[in-house]
Every structure is written in structure tokens, then in C-alpha cells.
Design a protein around this ligand. Structure first.
Ligand code: PHE
Length: 344
């Protein structure tokens, strides 16, 4: 009968065909169930349990055969599979901190030990904070040197021209306007200049330093930079050269070079830059905060003095990790990062 037929099926399609033939809309068992409606009560009493019993038997046979076929299929699959549970699992790729972020974190830590807090300012800056307050008026030639990305002026009588900050120095202004001295901050962040080659990218990173207090002089500046560079390069063998320079917002100004040696094609910081095989690398700009800048921020320059410096983070990272193309920092090439020990 039907139940034996079901038990003999070889696959799920055959079961389904039998199910439709018996229990489907036009199925044989369905037809029997329908016939109950046309019977006399006596006939129905006699036939009803038989027909319902048949339906249950067929349903149960289908379920049992289905389960048997599925379990046989699984057994066959497992028998054919060669799964070695002792093999090590694939290592999931691991993310890591980008060298630039890593260096900024290191600098924040080094300066925290010297009592510096971290300050921030907007990357979309106004003309006054980026230039004018820093003693760089509209007509100043230093503006041309900055290759500034300006935003289109917003209508007639817009309060100020907006720009992408060309340095982190506007954070000096924002800090002096907001906080009463004494001030000791560093301000890490992105800056922008319309410039691009192996050593320049249109976006790069600086860390600004600012100290405002009473009786601050160049000695404090030099000591601070020396302490920071020794900690950063993890050597006491740091030789600095302060070269007289010019920035409108510092007076006097000094550019700071660090001595390095070329070893196996890599620049190693340390040692005297005047020794054989050694050279100087320009590292940062600095100076005593110009008294006009202090006055622009509403402080009395006879009472408050200070120093400031701005250092290129990307350059610091290149020096520490022996990288030579600045543009690679921003390519997001995982192989490049891995080569220098960052990332998986
Ligand atoms: N803002 C200067 C630059 O980007 C660097 C600097 C900062 C110089 C602070 C002096 C003092 O070149």
C-alpha cells in the first residue's frame, strides 16, 4: 500500500510526489476525507476513524522517511569530509594604530609628563585666528608662503574669509583667548597646504606647543625641546642646532635642526651633526611668542611671556620608523604599514 511505497522512496523528490498524490488538493486521501461529507451518520461513524487513521499513517510515514533520508545524506556528507579538528584556526586580521596617530599619542604622553595639557581647534579656521591674530596681516608676504586653501566667500559682507588652517598655530590664539595663564599646552592635528611631492602632502600633521607664564625665556624653550626629543627618540645622544629664523608670531624665532646619521639607508637621529657622515635635519619652527600676539589675545605682554613651537608629526614618524616617502602615509596600503611593523 501507500505506506510501504513511501518507505521505499529513494529521495526527497519522490516523497514529495507521493505526498501531493495522497494529501494534496486532488489527492487520494483528501478525496476520501471529502467523501465523509456525503455519508449517512452511520456510514460516517464506520468510515471516519479508518479514513482519519489512514491520513495520520500516511503523514507519519512521510515524516519518518524524510528524516531517514536526511540523516543518511548527512552521514554520507560527513563520511566524505576530511575535517582536521587539530589544525590551528585562521588568524583573524588585526587592525593597528597608524604611525601618525601613534606618534601623536607618544607626544601627548611625553608632554603630559612635563605638565602640558592637550588643546584642539577647528580644521576649518577663520582668517583672523590663522593669520591676523598671529601678526600676519592681509598684506604680509608670509601669507603667500602658506599656499592656503581658501573657501569661497559667502556672500557680500561675510564676517570673515574661512580657510583650512595652514598650521596649528591658531590653537595658540584660541587657548590664550579662552584660558588665563599660566598656559602649557600642545595642540596636535591636521593642517593643509596646497603642496604635493615626496616630502609634502596637501594634508599633514603638526603638533603645536605653547607656554605662557611669567619670566619665560629661550632657555626654557631649548630645555623643553631637548627633553622632548630625548624621550621621543629614546636616546640622550641628541644634538640640537637652533638657527635664527623668522616667523611673524615669534620674536626672536629659531628653526631647530637635529643631527642624524645615515645608516643602511636609514636616518638615525643622534650624534653630532658636524661629524663625518652626519647631517642636520630641519625639525621644527619655534621662538618666543611675539608680544603683539600676546596683546592680540588680550594679555599684557609686560606681565606674560612665552615660547611656542610647531613640529611636523609626519616627519617625526618618518625619522623614528625609517620611512622615506611621506605620501605613503596616506595611501592606506596595508603592505606598507606591515613592512614598518604596523598592522597585521
Ligand atoms: N606655525 C609654524 C609653521 O607651520 C611653525 C611655528 C610654530 C613656528 C610656533 C614658531 C612657533 O611653519
Amino acid at each position: 500500500g501507500l505506506v510501504e511505497e513511501i518507505a521505499a522512496t529513494e529521495n526527497l523528490e519522490a516523497i514529495e510526489a507521493l505526498r501531493v498524490a495522497a494529501l494534496g488538493k486532488a489527492g487520494s486521501v483528501t478525496a476520501l476525507l471529502k467523501s465523509l461529507g456525503g455519508m449517512t451518520p452511520d456510514e460516517r461513524q464506520a468510515q471516519g476513524p479508518l479514513i482519519h487513521g489512514l491520513r495520520e499513517a500516511v503523514t507519519a510515514a512521510i515524516a519518518a522517511r524524510k528524516a531517514a533520508l536526511e540523516s543518511a545524506a548527512l552521514d554520507a556528507k560527513l563520511a566524505g569530509a576530511t575535517l582536521d579538528m587539530t589544525l590551528p584556526a585562521d588568524a583573524a586580521p588585526k587592525g593597528s594604530v597608524h604611525p601618525v596617530s601613534q606618534v601623536m599619542d607618544e607626544l601627548a604622553e611625553i608632554f603630559a609628563d612635563m605638565g602640558f595639557a592637550v588643546a584642539t581647534g577647528p580644521e576649518i579656521e577663520d582668517d583672523w585666528h590663522n593669520f591676523t591674530a598671529l601678526n600676519i596681516p592681509e598684506t604680509h608676504p608670509a601669507r603667500a608662503m602658506h599656499d592656503t586653501f581658501y573657501f569661497p566667500e559667502v556672500g557680500e559682507g561675510a564676517a570673515q574669509r574661512m580657510l583650512l588652517r595652514t598650521h596649528t598655530s591658531p590653537v595658540q590664539i584660541r587657548t590664550m583667548m579662552e584660558k588665563a595663564p599660566p598656559i602649557r599646552i600642545i595642540a596636535p592635528g591636521r593642517v593643509y597646504r596646497s603642496d604635493s611631492d615626496a616630502t609634502h602632502t596637501p594634508m599633514f600633521h603638526q603638533v603645536e606647543g605653547l607656554v605662557i607664564d611669567r619670566g619665560i625665556h629661550m632657555g626654557h624653550l631649548k630645555y623643553t625641546l631637548e627633553t622632548f626629543l630625548k624621550a621621543y627618540f629614546e636616546t640622550d645622544d641628541i644634538v640640537l642646532r637652533l638657527r635664527p629664523s623668522y616667523f611673524p608670531f615669534t620674536e626672536p624665532s629659531a628653526e631647530v635642526d637635529v643631527g642624524y646619521a645615515q645608516e643602511k639607508g636609514r636616518r638615525i637621529v643622534g650624534g653630532n651633526g658636524d661629524d663625518d657622515g652626519h647631517a642636520w635635519m630641519e625639525l621644527l619652527g619655534s621662538g618666543m611668542v611675539n608680544r603683539r600676539v600676546i596683546a592680540n589675545c588680550g594679555l599684557d605682554p609686560d606681565e606674560w611671556q612665552g615660547f611656542a613651537f610647531g613640529v611636523g608629526v609626519d616627519r617625526l614618524a618618518m625619522l623614528k620608523y625609517g620611512m622615506d616617502d611621506l605620501r605613503a602615509f596616506f595611501d592606506g596600503d596595508l603592505r606598507w604599514l606591515a613592512h614598518y611593523g604596523f598592522g597585521a
